[in-house]
Design a binder for this molecule. Structure first.
Ligand code: AMP
Length: 542
């Protein structure tokens, strides 16, 4: 017997329509790349998102066509989140920190038809436009008078002129909730970057779960500053969740240094934020150097990389900020676990609570987790035994965009995260290692394979392995371990110079170490775990 309740597809547009109707005057504050502070409201964001929808219709951009963005966190990017997805197109957020070649590859793979970019990225657009023949329009997120005359980029428009010519009258369409809404690429696995294609349904379910009290617990009374970029897994779902609760929003733009974030926290009375450890490192450094305190900031989510214990302690003891440790990944929209204590832990002493809070958190309802041994057998949740962490749920990837990577789920529908973890009886999960060969520096991936392949092309390199080394600011930095070819000589500097122009500067290893042999497994595969052990006492050059 079927239930007798109404069925309304879960539509992303419903979040902004709700916010416009019931929190219409709530402020959306942005530090713009133009340098000033801009103020708008949910009502205005909804109106302008409708203009985007009409402007896309006028260009005859088909349903499910991809519209790319290359932009920092700001109100225009926020409008695009709703205007593009709400009208049935797919928002593809491109990471501007990638090397231009990687960026062009991703834009072409996604088949972006439009690319909307912060005007500060114009030099980048000039460099890649010729390599992206599928992009029909390049749209600079600025006023018409800010657009230079001779850019050499064909079909370049100003966003304000483009949407200014369109009506703000538009009825958000209702369609199948399983249709794609946004696309985000991850290089967290082997080979080329892979696209994760979210749907309206997965996005809305994820945001609803993220807002619940044991997770982010946001409300209309909060003022949220998402430091996590909108090109990283939809800023962890915050652009949707914030509209769903109608909280005040503060977008930091391109300036993520300690001073800029501190100033916005204080001037806008922010009480909730979210970001990777590196940004908090910069904020704490600034607060300490200038003997400052935080007057309204109360809670922050730290994820993307493990939260260092000292960071959690400093936030709590010196600044009265509670840190919530969260774990997830692009393939998971991203939330998998969140570090809130249970009722039974509330009376526990601080060392006990601290030990729990430093774990990666416990599952959000809607995410099933298991840990398995190398044969795929489930391991106990005793907080001791570690295994490969696998997940399944309604906001977790089923397959990558265009089927890249083939079948990615096990026989029970679980996706392998590439993280190694233990889980205790209460569900608190703790990451103990990573089985995937990637390095995460300041919240951004560095593909060890890309780094190795470039080194292997050097005439003096017989074998090269790239591993991550702990780093106080960036969490991890890559180093390259090299076996030289017989009768050749090459210096570390020469090898590092070999990377010039081939990958982004921040992806180039910090050092090269020469060894006689790299440990290999039975199948000839490099044993990175053994290599990491060999370099456990190694200190990065300062
Ligand atoms: P991404 O797809 O870029 O969001 O990266 C996901 C990966 O980042 C995970 O599989 C982990 O390896 C790592 N990660 C995310 N959050 C945490 C965390 N809280 N602690 C440790 N590693 C994390």
């Amino acid at each position: 017997m079927l239930g007798l309740m109404q069925y309304h597809p879960l539509m992303i547009s419903s979040a902004i329509e709700f916010a416009a109707n019931y929190h219409g005057d709530t402020e959306i504050v942005s530090r713009r790349v133009e340098g000033d502070i801009h103020r708008t409201s949910y009502a205005e964001v909804n109106r302008r998102a409708k203009r985007i929808a009409n402007a896309l219709d006028a260009m005859q951009v088909a349903r499910s066509a991809r519209v790319g963005t290359l932009a920092w966190n700001g109100y225009r990017h926020f409008e695009l989140y709703y205007g593009v997805s709400g009208s049935g197109r797919v928002l593809h957020t491109v990471n501007p920190r990638l090397h231009p070649e990687q960026m062009a590859w991703i834009i072409n793979h996604a088949e972006d038809e439009l690319l909307c970019f912060d005007i500060t990225f114009l030099p980048l657009i000039k460099a890649i436009a010729g390599h992206c023949p599928g992009v029909k329009h390049w749209i600079a997120l600025c006023d018409a008078d800010k657009l230079p005359a001779d850019t050499g980029v064909a079909n370049l428009l100003s966003y304000e002129a483009w949407i200014g010519a369109a009506s703000d009258q538009y009825a958000w369409p209702v369609f199948d909730e399983n249709l794609a809404s946004s696309l985000c690429y991850t290089s967290g696995t082997t080979g080329n970057p892979k696209g994760v294609l979210y749907s309206h349904r997965s996005t809305m379910l994820h945001a609803m779960a993220a807002g619940s009290p044991d997770v982010m617990g946001l409300s209309s009374r909060d003022c949220v500053l998402p430091v996590v970029p909108m090109f990283h897994v939809n800023a962890w779902g915050l652009p949707y969740l914030m509209a769903m609760v109608g909280c005040k929003v503060v977008f930091p733009g391109a300036q993520l240094d300690g001073k800029s974030i501190y100033e916005l926290f204080e001037s806008e009375q922010v009480n909730f934020s979210a970001g990777v450890p590196t940004v908090w490192q910069m904020l704490i450094g600034y607060l300490e150097a200038n003997n400052l305190s935080l007057s309204t900031m109360k809670r922050t989510v730290i994820g993307g990389s493990a939260c260092p214990p000292a960071m959690m302690d400093t936030f709590r003891e010196k600044y009265g900020v509670t840190v919530f440790h969260a774990w997830g990944m692009t393939e998971m929209s991203p939330l998998g676990t969140y570090g809130t204590l249970k009722g039974k832990h509330e009376l526990a002493d601080w060392p006990t609570q601290r030990a729990l809070l430093l774990k990666q958190g416990r599952p959000v309802c809607g995410v099933d987790m298991k840990i398995v041994d190398p044969e795929g057998n489930a391991l106990p949740h005793d907080g001791k035994v570690s295994g490969d962490l696998m997940v399944r749920g309604s906001w977790i990837v089923k397959e990558y965009f265009k089927g890249e990577g083939g079948q990615i789920l096990d026989h029970e529908g679980y996706f392998s995260t590439g993280d190694v973890a233990n889980i205790d009886a209460d569900g608190f999960m703790q990451i103990t290692d990573r089985s995937k060969d990637v390095i995460k520096s300041g919240g951004e991936w560095i593909s060890s394979i890309d780094v190795e392949n470039i080194a292997m092309a050097h005439p003096a390199v017989a074998m090269a392995a790239c591993i991550g080394i702990r780093h106080a600011k960036w969490d991890e930095r890559p180093i390259l371990v090299v076996v030289k070819k017989p009768n050749t000589d090459v210096s570390a500097r020469e090898i590092l110079q070999f990377y010039d122009g081939k990958i982004a500067k921040w992806q180039v290893p910090d050092d090269v170490q020469f060894v006689d042999a790299i440990p290999l497994g039975a199948t000839g595969k490099m044993q990175k775990a053994k290599l990491r052990e060999m370099f456990v006492n190694y200190a990065l050059p300062q």
